[in-house]
Design a binder for this molecule. Structure first.
Ligand code: NCD
Ligand code: ZN
Length: 343
């Protein structure tokens, strides 16, 4: 049987939630990934060092027995974030970054930032203390077309920010457009991007053709095929600025299959397999290990992992949902087949 062995990957963008959903999803990520950058957009967002340390304990307690999965924590940047908070983050061994959500951009982002220039003193402190900034890069003005929101964020906010803070490390999270790819490619070494499996495997047809498919609705929204192509080329190019970040974002099935469905795709159940499928279609499986396991660690300046995971070529059917009792989470590609499986 054909197999693929990789140095164990890290997930540089992961939503685990808390409580029962955390307990349902964590084992999936912990089986594949050594480390993950944990997103702070809980219903009550993770805004302080203390919040992050409590949340980290909750995650550690929910880990399967013998798991050595490491949650790398991030704080939610709000208009109240202080320079003192940045100093504390810089000194803390468990907190790696701050996440910037423009207010209203996505799930649980009401505490985000409306006026980006107002937080420039915080960005200054982050630059000084070498704390990376993770960005959900979409403008949020209600009259802006949803398919243009990432491109406009880059032009209006990101380019001026990068000019003002040239030494600040920035990850443009879950890039979805060729303009984002071009921006990251032409920017300095301080700028990198994560790419999700859904944006490599699908375009907006998956969401909208033949009926509205809520399990393909995530933010930034899937774009047209030419953008998908640009992402595939970036991910498989061997350019270390692009690395794995699943953005696996579990929501209850009832809240996705809803008149006002939540944004987020659940991919953690087989994230590496989904990426393998995308890379294989491009005849680029030889590029998967560096994308999944090396470039993110190198960008963040942490050691590469040393253990390995193995996938085997094997058709299997993705179940209709994961979880039990009240917790039902529909995975990406539910009821369809995948052709790789972790051993
Ligand atoms: C994420 C979530 O559900 O928390 N949703 C999504 O569509 N990606 C938030 C985010 O990363 O935008
Ligand atoms: Zn996310």
């Amino acid at each position: 049987m054909k197999t693929l062995t990789l140095i164990q990957p890290d997930d540089w963008h992961l939503h685990l939630r808390n409580g029962d959903i955390l307990k349902t999803v964590l084992a999936h990520s912990a089986r594949q990934f050594k480390r993950a950058m944990i997103m702070p957009n809980l219903k009550s967002p993770v805004v302080s060092v203390d919040d992050a340390l409590h949340y980290r304990q909750e995650i550690l307690q929910a880990r399967p027995n013998n798991s050595s999965f490491e949650p790398l924590m991030s704080l939610y940047l709000t208009p109240q974030t202080s320079v003192e908070d940045i100093q504390k983050v810089a000194e803390n061994p468990f907190i790696y970054a701050l996440k910037l959500y423009p207010a209203g951009a996505t799930t649980n982002s009401a505490s985000g930032v409306n006026n980006l220039t107002a937080i420039y003193p915080i960005l200054e402190a982050m630059q000084t203390h070498k704390v990376p900034l993770l960005i959900h890069g979409e403008v949020t003005e209600s009259n802006t077309d949803i398919f243009d929101r990432e491109r406009l964020f880059i032009d209006t906010h990101l380019i001026p920010m990068v000019v003002k803070f040239p030494e600040l490390k920035i990850v443009l999270e879950h890039v979805t457009t060729k303009e984002a790819v071009q921006f990251v490619e032409s920017a300095s070494k301080k700028i990198a991007a994560t790419i999700t499996p859904q944006h490599l495997l699908f375009n907006r047809n998956a969401l909208l053709v033949g009926g509205i498919k809520p399990h393909y609705y995530c933010l930034p929204i899937l774009k047209r095929e030419s953008h998908q192509q640009a992402l595939i080329i970036a991910a498989t190019s061997g350019n270390p600025k692009f690395f794995l970040g699943t953005d696996s974002a579990p929501h209850l099935t009832t809240l996705k299959e809803n008149a006002c469905g939540c944004a987020g795709c659940y991919s953690a159940f087989a994230a590496v397999e989904l990426y393998a499928e995308a890379f294989e279609k491009e005849n680029a499986l030889d590029k998967l290990e560096a994308f999944a396991s090396f470039y993110g660690a190198d960008f963040y300046g942490v050691a590469r992992n040393t253990e390995t995971i193995t996938l085997e070529k094997k058709l299997w059917k993705i179940p209709p949902y994961y979880g039990e009792n009240d917790i039902q989470i529909t995975p990406l590609k539910a009821n369809e087949t995948l052709n790789w499986k972790q051993t």
